[in-house]
Structure formats: structure tokens, C-alpha cells
Ligand binder design. Sequence first.
Ligand code: NDP
Ligand code: GDR
Length: 372
Amino acid sequence: MKDKVAFITGVTGQDGAYLSELLLKKGYVVHGLKRRSSLLNTDRVDHLYQDPHIQHRNFILHYGDMTDSTNLIRLIQSIQPDEIYNLAAMSHVQVSFEVPEYTANADGIGTLRILDAVRLLGMEKKTRIYQASTSELYGKVQEVPQSETTPFYPRSPYAVAKMYAYWITVNYREAYGMFACNGILFNHESPIRGETFVTRKITRAVSRIALGLQDILYLGNLDAQRDWGHAKDYVKMMWMILQTDEPEDWVIATGKTTAVRDFVRMAFAEIDIELEFKGKGETEKAFVKECRNPEYQLPIGKQVLQVDPKYFRPTEVDLLIGDPTKAKTKLGWEATYDLPMLIKEMMESDLKLMKKDQYLKKGGFTTLNYYE
Ligand code: NDP
Ligand code: GDR
């Protein structure tokens, strides 16, 4: 039988990298969309890279952009994918307040471009499409836990753009009989999570503080609660969604929620440092209460965290907790990682990376030490 062919937009992102690994293991030929940038941007998939001079490759990257229709049509025509995973997006909620028009174009209209390319090329019956929808659609809390039937109330330009993408996917499914599905994924993280999302910002900073490379971690809203899972579990479900008999929309979540403040507490606890939080809202700070790890010389009373209101969002999503019952009962999917396991893996990885930075710093090289 011929190998299945997948086309992944956003292949250089966190999910694109894990999904590529999964599909290659399953014997797929994987094509990915990457953007041209002045510096190399393929770090997360470099281990999958194959010399372009060899003839039979199963991992192939193409230049393109979600804002460029003609290129997307040409690529889909030449790749002839059995499955498209549309993961490309300007995915940072806070940044979307700064670049709302671009976000709408890439995340909203970009999804239309993919769907319409498949339709224009007459590939509606051949190509299945996965759309990376998000728990941000739920936005302002209407009910908890949030399921496939919970109403949407988006609270950012990102979420509004993703709301268009969600509905245009449903519409193309209903109008043209396409196998197009939304995965409504709750937050998922990993050691290769983008450095400016809160979990990775925390695990990097805790590692740096422990190693004496950074003094204070500045964060925004510590009260926000998120349902955090591991990206590896979630990309498995993306694939499962496209293997079903009927196209449908699915919530993927762990069903547990945790406040940002507690994530910080747990990350420090992972290296045997206990914190004490003082103050409230804009004035909240955290200090070392106990350091039981002889490797890290953090004195009791040292300040390690401060709230900086510049990270507050104009409109916030306070509480996300997903109900993955449908995925569990109909597809047998379940998260295999819980939050302590996820934090442990992220901390181990970032400690290793930061030890490399420590070594470089000692050698007189500069290292990046500040993240927005
Ligand atoms: P990342 O931010 O890690 O990756 C986004 C990817 O999209 C990168 O490959 C990026 O390229 C690419 N991209 C951005 N803009 C464009 C564009 N205009 N044209 C082409 N490619 C572009 O996101 P994740 O991997 O975390 O998420 C994958 C998808 O899932 C996104 O759509 C996100 O919105 C959605 N999602 C994510 C969740 C999560 O918790 N991670 C939860 C729910 C939904 P480059 O590397 O060049 O920047
Ligand atoms: P989110 O993820 O907005 O949920 O979107 P992020 O990690 O950015 O924020 C989670 C929560 O933490 C609060 N927060 C901070 N966030 C960041 N980034 N930086 C800070 O310093 C900080 N301090 C507190 C935020 O206010 C928020 O409440 C992610 C993205 O991956 C989206 O693409 C995806 O759709 C959703 O998850 C599900």
C-alpha cells in the first residue's frame, strides 16, 4: 500500500514537531510548511531533517506563509496530501492584542485559505483536514467544565480569529461534505514549548534563578487557572481525530485545572525550594521559605518573583477546565501525563539547558536572559 501523505502547517512549532515525529513513526511521508526567516527557525525539527539531495525523503519542508493563498494552493496541488494538519498560527494571546489584524489574517483567513485550496483543487473527498482550535474560544466563563456544547465567548483578537477558523471549518464540512474537524485543545506544554508562554517562562526562570543566572521572575496574573496537559498526548489525539468514520469536533483536556501561582510553586518544589507568597494583585511577590537542595545556594527570604502589571491582558480568560469525556468514550483517548510529570520533565530539560548557559557565561559569552 502507498504511504499516507500528510501536510503540516506550523511544522516548526511545538505541536508540529511532536506530530511530525508521530506521523513519521507511523510510516507517513510528512510535508511541512516553514516560513522564511533571517535566522534558521527549524530547531524543533532539525533531528528529523534529511539531506535534500537524497531522492526518497519522508520529511520535506516547503517555504510558505498562511497569508499567501497562491503558494498554499500550489503546495497542496503538488503534495496531494491525504491529511492536512493546520497548526500554523500567531499563537500568543497577549501578542494578538498588539497585532490583531495580522492575527486575523494568519489564524482566521489562513484557515479559509487551506479549506478553499482543497475545494478549488477538487480534493474534497481525498483530503482530510484537522483544524487547531482552542479552549480560548470559551473565554469568559459560561460553564465549567467546558465541553463540545459549551457556548463560545472569545476574549482576545487571537480567540476571535480562531472562532472564525472554527466555524469556517464546520461550514466547509457541512457545505461541501469535507472531512474537516476541529480539535478544541486546552493548553498543552512540553520542554519545547515557546519560551514566552507562562509554563516555559516559569521553568526556564526557576532553573536560571537556582543557577544564579537570574534574580527575579516577573509575571502577570497569578490567579488565572489553566487545564495543562502534555503536547505529546495531544498530538496523538490530532491523528486519531482524522482516523474516525465521521468528521466531528472534539475537546481535548486533562479535566484538571491549576492556578499560575501553583505552577510556580510546583516548579520550585521540583528542585526542593519552598516559596512564600506575600501581597495581592499588582504588589504580589514570592520569597524563598526553605531551600533543601544543597546544589542551589538560595538564602531564606530571597525574593524570586514579582508581579508586573505589564503582563496583565486587556481582557483575561480566568478559568479553563475541559471535559474530555467524548474523546475518552468514543476514541479511547486519555492523557498519560499529569501536571507533576509534565513539570518534572520541563524542569529537568530546562535545568540542563541553563547549565549550558552557565558554562557559556563563565566562558565570557553572552546568553539571552530576558523574555517578555
Ligand atoms: P507555536 O507557536 O509553537 O507554533 C506555531 C507555528 O505556526 C510555528 O511553526 C510558526 O512558525 C507557524 N506560523 C505562525 N505564523 C505563520 C504564518 N503566517 N505562516 C506560516 N506559519 C506560521 O504553537 P503550538 O505548536 O503551541 O500550537 C499549534 C497550533 O495549535 C496553533 O494554531 C495554536 O494556536 C493552537 N493551539 C495551541 C495550544 C497549546 O496549548 N499549545 C492549545 C490550543 C490550540 P515559526 O516557527 O516560523 O514562528
Ligand atoms: P494562554 O497561554 O494565553 O492560555 O494561551 P499563556 O501561557 O500565554 O498564558 C496562560 C495564563 O498565564 C497568565 N500569565 C502569563 N502568561 C504569559 N504568557 N506570560 C506571563 O508573564 C504571565 N503571567 C501570567 C496569562 O495571563 C494567562 O492567563 C495558550 C496558547 O498556546 C494559545 O495558542 C492556545 O490557544 C491556548 O493556550 C489554549
